[in-house]
Design a protein around this ligand. Structure first.
Ligand SMILES: NC(=O)c1ccc[n+]([C@@H]2O[C@H](COP(=O)([O-])OP(=O)(O)OC[C@H]3O[C@@H](n4cnc5c(N)ncnc54)[C@H](O)[C@@H]3O)[C@@H](O)[C@H]2O)c1
Length: 336
């Protein structure tokens, strides 16, 4: 298959490109490079042994999309491109509705007009909101608590409406939990611009000396060690979930919502201890106040992915810590 990947230079997109190329698919990347480096394309090619095609293009550029689809036929689309920082989405909601919602609508319009019938969309566990009880199944109430989460839910609804209106269309919205880690080669990984929002990249930047210490946001949660619990999933497992979603869409029509998580919760202190143990490093850290909007405990019910996609995670918390650190050590300044 020839697969169009939007946001393919980004963290999850780059790992998925590698898996798709390794499985024999042809890959075309579209990325505006707003949160990624052009160097990623060569890294993907070196790992996979095959070259993806790359176009620097914004998914809101309708004319550019039209030229792309007119030139080449695609069998499937995986739509990663978007913006993803919760706090920024509260401060600048238009950026989120423009990139994530308008961008998706323009992209799906072009894809449908050019006969693409299989769509995989990067959604997020944020669509469940703050009150959801773990393990969170796909039928849990949806109450996204910020513009980022609402933008993801809107695109899910848009896709569901498109599937209802176009019986030939097949789509999966994959709701990711907390992707961490990196390709085991250490050549691609997560390279956030500025101060990382998420725990693992922050921890890596403390370990490599770019940041002085880690602040643990809250140690008075009602959890065994007082720190918040999340479902960390290795990005390579996550990438492989996308290939399984493709196979599924060969068999099944309509719209599907599927969690990608391990189904296990890990606390901040457990992740910190695993990172120190596996990598033989010390992470200076101190306890701080809870952050507004953070939940106590969020982890997936991963049963639907197992039953419907035949997918479950294989890589451990230790693999996540080892691979994240390997990437950070080899690339202390990211792709710069
Ligand atoms: N990383 C996570 O924790 C997480 C969790 C849940 C869902 N997601 C979703 O998964 C997707 C990928 O996330 P990621 O962590 O790889 O993010 P990322 O920022 O590393 O990758 C996104 C890529 O999309 C590109 N992009 C952004 N807006 C674009 C636009 N308008 N046109 C073209 N390209 C554009 C960026 O340059 C970047 O390369 C996003 O949609 C994100 O919301 C991520």
């Amino acid at each position: 298959m020839r697969v169009l990947i939007t946001g393919g230079n980004g963290y999850i997109g780059s790992h998925t490109c590698i898996e798709l190329l390794a499985a024999g698919h042809a890959v075309t990347i579209v990325d505006n490079l707003s949160n990624s480096s052009p160097a990623v394309v060569e890294r993907i090619a070196r790992i996979a042994g095959r070259q993806p095609e790359f176009h620097q293009l914004d998914v809101r550029d309708a004319a550019g999309l039209e030229r792309l689809f007119a030139r080449q036929a695609f069998d499937a689309l995986i739509h990663f491109a978007g913006v993803k920082a919760v706090a920024e989405s509260v401060a600048d909601p238009l950026k989120y509705y423009s990139n994530n919602v308008c961008g998706s609508a323009l992209l799906f319009d072009a894809a449908l007009r050019h006969g693409v019938t299989r769509l995989v969309f990067s959604s997020s566990a944020t669509v469940y909101g703050e009150a959801a009880r773990s393990p969170i199944g796909e039928d849990a109430p949806l109450a996204p608590a910020n513009p980022y989460g609402r933008s993801k839910r809107m695109v899910e609804e848009l896709l569901a409406d498109l599937c209802r209106a176009n019986p030939g269309l097949r789509a999966v919205a994959l709701r990711y939990f907390n992707p961490v880690g990196a390709h085991p080669s250490g050549r691609v990984g997560e390279a956030p611009g500025g101060i990382p929002d998420n725990l693992m990249p922050y921890l890596c930047q403390v370990a490599v000396g770019r940041l002085p210490e880690l602040t643990v946001f809250g140690n008075d949660y009602p959890t065994p060690d007082g720190t918040a619990i999340r479902d960390y999933i290795h990005v390579v497992d996550l990438a492989q979930g996308h290939l399984k979603a493709f196979d599924y869409l060969e068999r099944e029509g309509g719209m599907h919502f599927i969690n990608l998580g391990t189904g296990r919760g890990t606390s901040v202190l457990e992740l910190l201890a695993a990172f120190e143990r596996v990598n033989g490093v010390r992470i200076p850290h101190r306890m701080g106040a809870r952050r507004p909007g953070d939940t106590t405990e969020t982890y997936a019910d991963a049963a639907r992915a197992a039953q419907q996609l035949g997918w479950s995670t294989r890589l451990s918390l230790e693999d996540m810590c080892r691979d994240a650190w390997c990437w950070q050590k080899l690339n202390p300044a990211g792709y710069a």
